[in-house]
Structures are given as C-alpha cells and as structure tokens.
Design a protein around this ligand. Structure first.
Ligand code: PHE
Length: 339
C-alpha cells in the first residue's frame, strides 16, 4: 500500500499542464470526491495500527504535493491568460501593491515652500554645478577672500573654476540677474560641502534660501518674516537673532529658536541652553545688489538660508543626519502617512 502512495506522489510531482482543463482534470483525479486521495483515506481503517503513522504521513504528503501542483499551474496559466486580457475568476484577490511614501526631506521642503508661498514668495531653482561668479564672486566673496574657507568646496575644474554649489545663494544671484525687483523668492535645492560625514553634518545636504528685495525693506521686515515662519513651522515663535558674519549680508545674524529645557531630548539637541541655531540671515550687502545691476539708491533687501535636514531633524526628532541618505526602509516607512 505504501508503495502505491509513493508511486502516486512521484507521479503527481511530475505533473505539468499547458491548459486550465488539464489542471482541473488533475485536481479531480487526485483531490476530487472520488479521487486517489480519498481512495487511500478509505482504506485507512484497514491499515494495521503499527503502520498507521507512516501511512498517514505519506497520504498527507500526497495531498500536499497535489495541491501545490494545482495551485502553481492554476495561477501560472491564469496570469498568462490575464496578460492576454482574458479574466477567468473575477473574484480572485489581486496582488497587493505596496505604495511608497514621500522622503522626509521632500515633506519638509514642501512644507517650507507652502509657508512662504502664503506670503507671496515664489520658488526658484538653479544648477548644482556652478561657476565661481554665482557661488562666490557675485556674493561679495572675491578671489582670495578668507571667507571662502567657510564653505569647503568640491571643485570639478579649476581656472576657470567649476564647482558643486556650496549653497543655493547662487540661485539668488541668477534670479536677481534675470528679474527686476520687487523680488520675493525662495530657492530650495541640494548643496555640497567637502566636510567629514558625521551624525551632525554631511557632504551633501539640502537648503532653502530666501530673498526679498523691494523699496524700503528693513531689518524689521526680516525679523517679522522669521517670526511668521517659525510660528507656522514649529508652532513656537520665540526666536533670537545673534550678530554674525556672512560676506553677502550686512548686518548679518544667526537665528536661534527657543526649543525649551523641559525634556531629555531638548537638553541633548540644545546642549542645555534651550536655544538652537536654525538659520543664517541678514540685509543683502549693497555690493551684491550692484553685482546684479540692482539700483542700491532705490532698493534694499534681506536674505536668509537654512538646512532642510536640520529642520526635519528637529520636527521629527531624528538624531543622525546620515539616516536621510541610507534609504533604510524601516526609517522611510515611518513617514508614509505624512504628506
Ligand atoms: N548662504 C548661507 C550658508 O549657506 C546662509 C545664508 C543665506 C546666510 C542668506 C545669510 C543670508 O551658510
């Protein structure tokens, strides 16, 4: 008897089909009411007790093999037919399609754009590969200016210099060259700096820089814009401006937001002071306006720039900047529901 079952198993294992009818015939032959399997089950009673275990196992194996063959060929042949547009079983469940999510950098970038677009800023973009003029010289950083070392640069070619932009201020220069004031624009984009990669900094990151040029633009306008932005973005509006230096703005400031001292996380990200630096800003240096043929007797303006990663790290409490670029699905999936 065992022999017979074994034979049936090896026969079932060899089964192949080219039509659904063949699969159905095979199913009836093995698994149908009057099929081989039921025949074996019917004689089970008569099998001597000491052989029952082995017999049972063999019959189960036969059942499994036959069912696998049926399932395999059925789905193969059905999907072949579906490719041709013929649908047999319309109630068959579909294959689930897993939908991706937006990357946290895109989420935060879009949010920043949204906040500024509500107060009349448009979006401008420019090339990642830049010349010396747009990344440095036009921004009041002449050759050999020591402040060029503030941003370690990746050069693609020297003399004339071609480089990876170190900030999106280069886009602002391009925008001023091509548009007349009033100007209200933000420039999001990827930037590059030759820095050691660590939990806090990366050689590739993203910025949003803003530029506002019109008649009678003052530092008070800059400050109010920053308060508006921080309130919309973080729901907190306590900021402070610390005097700083950028070659392209005068006066210049660093913007700190009060992140609080309440929790352990706050202590870690603010190093215990409660304050956290989120961007640089200032009144556009008249030299920059002149370089872009803007009349400094009529116009003034302000500019600011921030790193998107840093803002995203604050909003989502991400402790390591490298996570943004590792494409670890466990990290990315956490942002699926966010738009
Ligand atoms: N471009 C500066 C940077 O990348 C940021 C900045 C922009 C500062 C505009 C002041 C005004 O560090």
């Amino acid at each position: 008897m065992l022999e017979k079952i074994r034979e049936a198993i090896s026969e079932a294992e060899k089964f192949t089909a080219t039509t659904l009818q063949e699969v159905e015939d095979f199913r009836i032959k093995y698994l149908g009411k009057k099929g081989i399997l039921n025949d074996f089950f019917a004689v089970f009673k008569e099998v001597p007790n000491e052989q029952k275990k082995e017999f049972g196992q063999a019959v189960n194996q036969l059942k499994q093999v036959a069912q696998e063959r049926v399932d395999m060929f059925k789905s193969q042949l059905e999907s072949k037919l579906e490719d041709k547009g013929v649908y047999g079983d319309l109630s068959r469940p579909g294959d689930p399609i897993s939908i991706g999510g937006r990357h946290p950098i895109s989420i935060v970038k879009n949010q920043i754009i949204e906040v500024f677009s509500r107060i009349g800023f448009n979006v401008s973009e420019g090339p990642e590969i830049e010349d010396d003029w747009h990344n440095f010289s036009a921004l009041n950083l002449p050759e050999y200016h020591p402040a060029r070392d503030m941003q370690d640069t990746f050069f693609i070619q020297t003399n004339p210099d071609v480089l990876l932009r170190t900030h999106t201020s280069s886009v602002q220069v391009r925008y001023m060259e091509e548009n007349k004031p009033p100007i209200r624009t933000i420039s999001p984009g990827r930037v590059f700096r030759n820095e050691a990669v660590s939990a806090r900094s990366h050689c590739i990151f993203h910025q949003v820089e803003g530029l506002y040029i019109d008649k009678d633009v003052s530092f008070a306008d800059l400050k109010q814009t920053l308060i508006y932005f921080c309130t919309e973005m973080f729901g907190k509006s306590k900021i402070r401006l610390r005097p700083s230096y950028f070659p392209f703005t005068e006066p210049s400031a660093e913007v700190d937001i009060y992140w609080g001292l309440e929790t352990e996380t706050d202590h870690r990200i603010t190093k215990g002071t409660g304050w956290l630096e989120i961007m640089g800003c200032g009144m556009v240096d008249p030299n920059v306006l002149k370089n872009c043929s803007i009349d400094t007797d009529v116009y003034t303006g302000f500019a600011f720039g921030m790193g998107i990663e840093r803002i995203a790290m604050l909003l989502y409490q991400i402790g390591d900047i490298r996570m943004f670029y590792e494409n670890d699905i466990r990290f990315l999936e956490q942002f699926k529901s966010a738009l």
